[in-house]
Design a protein around this ligand. Structure first.
Ligand SMILES: [Zn+2]
Length: 67
């Protein structure tokens, strides 16, 4: 190797990125959407970790439902 010292090899950055994405298979509707209060109509952004009906309306305290 005539010039083997100095900086490391270039163009060998492959092998990163990709993978770990695209897992689907939930039962409910996809991510996004809103929860809505059937009592007063307050809306919250739906959180994937928490079903709407387990959330309480911040205004009136009623159980939210999926919009
Ligand atoms: Zn409400």
């Amino acid at each position: 190797m005539p010039r083997g010292d100095g900086t490391g090899p270039r163009g060998q950055g492959i092998g990163q990125g990709g993978g770990g994405r695209g897992r689907s298979g939930g039962s409910a509707a996809g991510p996004g959407g809103n929860c809505i209060c059937p009592n007063c109509g307050e809306r919250l952004a739906h959180q994937t970790a928490t079903p709407c009906f387990e959330r309480k309306c911040p205004k009136c305290g009623a159980a939210m439902m999926r919009e």
